[in-house]
Unconditional design. Structure first.
Lengths: 250, 296
């Protein structure tokens, strides 16, 4: 059990918990968070390795919508695979909606390694008020190339309006860059399709797949993606290895 | 063999298949004579995976010896080992402390097809027994050879001859290459779905099905056998990847004949026929094996 030291409301239905413990996980990995008597839920870590443990959560299920942020919560992990950022010189990180937390973790790790010049962020939300990490994004903009879009603007929004895949052509990196994609299934499907048509290599595209996970250690059998388990072989997969799986995107 | 039983019972709590009120089930036994040669009504999965238990504590387990488990049921554990041994702490603790003495069936059972998956004489075992009346033919693994102390001299050739004879009585189905023959879009999944009532009996009766659900119950966090044909099995905040019953049935058979074969180079089926016997609507896993997919 770990104490929640701070709760931040990020956007409608989305909140961030900062815990009184260090993150031992790498960006892309997840923890199982639990509320006693309610249950457990897999949540990606939002902070960089070695920093304070942070999670950003959407209230949607019984665990995530109840009691989180008060007192102590159960934490086990980290589990799963990580973004392989150390293997690439240029990384286009593409996030949709509540897919952004593992990308925050990634950006923090690259900043800590003084490699923030090697990553571009492409991030889209439904509306300006749904954008998560507004304060952090302003900080990142000082050293990271950030591209934002919203599906629907409002009176005060003077940025881009359009779906996430429309941002890809704004990248300043070469087409040999690695692309890390995370978000709702349809957004990922369309982003990957657009990336391939723009000339990005399938074996340099990495996707994070969301599945029902219960154990986190490859034994309960719920999260299979073909013959792989998302909790153990994923959640980060090399797209070229899973692209032929018929149950890839919902 | 009673002497062997006595020696084993010095080191282990002894259990066996016993006849009780017309059913065969597993219970404590204190002599080999109590052990039934018949197959238990249910696969004795509970020796290693409890139907329902609290996972917040893992108690040290007693060493148990289980007599009379049939080869098809034991093979289920050897297959599960490949995915969950040394990952699942509960399974691993019990697995490492349980000795299985499997009985090889003398003649084919009705509907069974274990010969298709290498049965009923197993390649992996602790102590394997072929009982013919009061004659016991025995193979013991190196670990348990000590219980025989020179009184055993089967070199396995008896078993080889037996296997040849058994296979003529239960001709193996053609399972080679099934993982690439089977078709994702075959109409067979919808046909099964038109009859299936999602009861989950196939999963619960299967000696190889290991999936479980985790849930909180007051102060306890419990694991309970789960079933991939139930609609909630894959529902998540992103949606449900298998909304259709045909998709869930396909998952069950793909796990057995495609996914496990790809990841572990084994089919996740022992040919026990339990899922067929317990299915209330007559869905037969053998049809998945023998179906002609060539024009689909």
């Amino acid at each position: 059990m770990v104490t929640v030291s701070r709760r931040i409301d990020e956007a409608p239905e989305i909140y961030t918990l900062e815990l009184g413990a260090k993150n031992e996980g790498k960006s892309g990995q997840f923890y199982m968070l639990s509320v006693q008597g309610v249950g457990e839920a897999p949540i990606s870590v939002a902070s960089g390795f070695g920093r304070n443990l942070i999670f950003t959560i959407r209230s949607i299920g019984s665990v995530t919508s109840r009691a989180m942020g008060e007192g102590r919560i159960g934490v086990r992990g980290p589990y799963g695979s990580k973004w392989p950022w150390k293997e690439y010189n240029e990384i286009v990180a593409v996030a949709g909606g509540i897919g952004i937390p593992p990308i925050r973790s990634l950006i923090e790790e690259m900043i800590d390694a003084k490699r923030e010049g090697d990553i571009e962020l492409m991030y889209g939300a439904r509306s300006p008020s749904d954008i998560v990490y507004k304060k952090e994004i302003n900080e990142w903009m000082k050293s990271v190339d950030v591209h934002l879009t919203v599906d629907r603007g409002d009176d005060r929004w003077n940025g881009k309006v359009g779906f996430v895949p429309t941002l890809l052509k704004d990248s300043h990196f070469s087409r040999k860059a690695a692309m890390f994609v995370i978000g709702p299934p349809l957004m990922m499907k369309n982003t990957v399709k657009e990336a391939v048509s723009l000339g990005y290599r399938e074996d340099r595209i990495f996707i994070s797949l969301e599945r029902r996970m219960e154990c986190g250690i490859g034994v309960c059998g719920h999260c299979n993606v073909g013959h792989r388990y998302a909790c153990e072989d994923g959640p980060i997969f090399n797209y070229s290895e899973v692209m032929t799986e018929p149950e890839l995107f919902l | 063999m009673e002497r062997v039983f006595a020696a084993i019972s010095g080191d282990f709590e002894t259990y066996g298949a016993v006849e009780k009120e017309g059913e065969v089930l597993f219970d404590r036994v204190h002599s080999l004579a109590e052990v039934s040669e018949n197959r238990s009504r249910y696969a004795p999965k509970e020796f290693l995976i409890r139907r329902n238990e609290n996972v917040l504590y893992l108690e040290e387990q007693q060493r148990k010896a289980v007599f009379g488990i049939k080869s098809c049921d034991l093979k289920g554990f050897y297959l599960m080992d490949r995915q969950i041994l040394n990952r699942d702490p509960f399974y691993t603790e019990r697995r490492n402390k349980t000795l299985f003495v499997n009985y090889v069936c003398n003649t084919p059972c009705e509907g069974g097809f274990c010969s298709s998956f290498g049965g009923p004489v197993l390649d992996e075992f602790d102590i394997q027994v072929l009982r013919e009346g009061n004659d016991y033919h025995i193979m013991a693994s190196d670990k348990y050879d000590k219980y025989f102390n020179g009184c055993r001299n089967d070199d396995g050739s008896y078993f080889t001859d037996f296997k040849r004879k058994f296979n003529t009585e239960m001709p193996p189905l053609k399972v080679d290459g099934l993982e690439s023959r089977i078709k994702w879009n075959s109409p067979i999944w919808k046909e099964f779905a038109s009859r299936c009532i999602s009861c989950g009996a196939c999963n619960y009766s299967c000696p190889t099905c290991y999936c479980f659900d985790l849930y909180d119950d007051g102060d306890e966090r419990k694991r309970e056998w789960d079933s991939c044909v139930l609609s909630g099995f894959t529902s998540s905040s992103a949606g449900n990847i298998r909304n259709g019953l045909d998709e869930r049935l396909r998952q069950r058979f793909y796990h057995k004949f495609v996914y496990f074969k790809k990841s572990k180079d084994e089919f996740l089926c022992t040919g026990c026929n339990r899922c067929v016997e317990d299915c209330p609507v007559g869905i037969d896993i053998k049809e998945v094996i023998t179906h002609d997919y060539s024009n689909e």
